[in-house]
Ligand binder design. Sequence first.
Ligand SMILES: [Fe+2]
Length: 269
Amino acid sequence: MIGSPTAPVRLLQVTDPHLFGDESRTIYGVQTAVSLRAVLAEALAPGVPLPQAILVTGDIADDHTPEAYGNFRRALEPYGLPVFCLPGNHDEPALMPALVGQSGFQYGGNAELGAWGAVFLDTHVPGRPEGHVARAERDRLEQELQRMHDRPVMVCLHHPPLPVGSAWLDGVGLTNADELLAVLDRHPTVRVVLGGHVHQEFEQRRRDVLVLATPSTCAQFTPRTERCVMDLKPPGYRWIELWPDGGVRTEVRWLQGWAVTERPPDDRF
Ligand SMILES: [Fe+2]
């Protein structure tokens, strides 16, 4: 178990770092290895209350190389915190259990975070940008939620299960969100769904569930656009506190001292 069942658990979420084997490489004009390290250095600086674990909600590697996952491990390992990982559309799940599933790093599965349970879902579809929760993964979620019936639960995944209001992003969203939401609706213990993928801050309450998505540690997309428009926001990350009474406190932070003075090139779509 992470933390104690009688105290809030403090978590740092970082998402969509899009790392490469060659750390000099960039996307959207950002050297992604540098921006991830800058985020970690700010969030985990001396004097900032330390989280008890780090959650990484996918798009860890952009180039499908073991070296990119090695670079990810090397960026996080020095902090000595438990790291929970799951795959995004850009990831290579076949590589991940060996590279980000051992010695302080967990790939997928579930966790006990203080008084809370957490389930980490795989929404990766080979070769596709959109997401899907496969039958086996939905069945596993159902089983875990039955097992965790006596505590609040956070479900983590890459593709948010709600539209974010940008046509182009919602077109590469979770294709069977309705099937996932049907599972969640059977389990009122689910209080938070935490994702990435959309490279922007998103927060919406659906029934009693807080659905969150978080800015990338590299470049951001402008919310509510028809087509991809890069944003002038810096790298971001999210703090989450899970309280024993089921309460949640959460806050997105934008990296200080990192100015984006012109819209980055949209070199991806
Ligand atoms: Fe991403």
